[in-house]
Design a protein around this ligand. Structure first.
Ligand code: NAD
Length: 307
């Protein structure tokens, strides 16, 4: 019987499906390199040493889309398939990105803190609306496009994007710009939806941030390393940025000393973009099905028989 190691918790239904067809090493499955034919991983690091010594390994199932926690160079040296779950979490992450935008525009966290400590403000800050705001999407894949759809059709925002690798769907009225700096120059809100690669690491740094209009907001639900935290803090302190919404950090979890966490105009969540019940079910099911398929496990007919 094939052995599949599950390195991080996944939806119960996905775990049950896996257990019906293979031997499962449950999280954290630290001994996986010795025994596993396949692994399922969310954010745990899968390093070169483990990949190169795991002689039985044939498939790495990535629960999600960002593969920056997997050493792909080591994977390339082996006959190992990496299976991802594209789009399964797009709704969840897009909704969080929109949530950050609304929280920043209306200063929800700031007011929440004020009300709790009974702080009176003679002139409470006036909010802004997403309707009519210029939203710039850096990265226009599954999540960027979902954000565009919600912002355009639900809120009537003006949406532009930079992504040289995709054609926008016809029905979405989105202006595609030809550089990240052109996008920043025209964005009241910059929302980052890029993977972390050698090209995107530190892309949103001092240069791009200074291209944003005065009083702009930055939302990052992509990957922490894409936005330079030192430059972001400087832009907030200098007043160019009115606020930032961050689900992801250069180091996760961020340390308590991270000065960004102290800034009153920063709203954060601890990398929970894809953590909804619905997305966890979709990602879990999709990753398990793909791992079983790569391992050649005949699971579909048996599942139908028991349905
Ligand atoms: P996707 O692959 O569908 O889209 C990524 C897009 O980025 C692609 O269209 C690609 O062409 C574009 N891109 C890559 N390099 C670029 C560059 N240098 N300049 C401009 N565009 C570039 O992925 P997705 O599902 O939309 O997810 C986007 C990212 O969001 C993921 O890679 C992941 O890092 C992150 N993510 C975060 C969470 C979370 O919990 N916060 C959850 C899921 C995904």
């Amino acid at each position: 019987m094939a052995v599949v190691a599950v390195l991080d918790p996944i939806a119960d239904s996905a775990m049950a499906l896996l257990r019906r067809h293979v031997e499962v090493l449950p999280p954290p499955a630290a001994s996986w390199p010795e025994r596993a034919d396949g692994i399922v991983v969310r954010a745990s690091p899968v390093g070169a040493a483990a990949i190169l010594t795991a002689s039985r390994l044939r498939v790495i199932g990535k629960h999600g889309v960002g593969t920056d926690n997997i050493d792909l160079e080591a994977v390339a040296q082996r006959q190992v398939v990496v299976a991802k779950t594209p789009a399964a979490n797009a709704d969840a992450v897009a909704e969080l990105a929109i949530g950050f935008m609304l929280a920043l525009l209306r200063r929800v966290a700031w007011h929440d803190r004020g009300i709790r400590i009974q702080a009176s403000s003679a002139a409470p800050p006036v909010g802004r609306e997403l309707k009519g705001a210029r939203l710039g999407l850096l990265g226009f894949g599954a999540i960027g496009q979902r954000v565009a759809r919600i912002a355009r059709m639900g809120f009537e925002a003006e949406v532009a994007a930079y992504d040289p690798f995709v054609q926008p769907p016809r029905d979405l009225q989105v202006r595609m710009l030809d550089s990240a700096s052109a996008l920043c120059a025209q964005s009241d809100i910059l929302s980052v939806h890029l993977p972390l690669t050698s090209e995107t690491r530190g892309l949103v740094g001092a240069r791009l941030l200074s291209a944003l209009p005065q009083g702009a907001f930055v939302v990052n639900t992509g990957r922490g390393g894409v936005v330079e935290e030192v430059a972001l803090l400087a832009a907030l302190r200098g007043g160019r940025l009115a606020g930032a919404g961050l689900d992801v950090f250069e180091q996760e979890p961020p340390t308590a000393e991270l000065a960004l966490l102290e800034h009153p105009n920063v709203v954060t969540t601890p990398h929970i973009g894809a953590s909804t019940r619905e997305a966890m079910e979709r990602m879990g099911r999709s990753v398990v099905e793909q791992v079983l398929d790569v391992l050649g496990v005949e699971w579909r007919r048996e599942e139908e028989r028991h349905a």
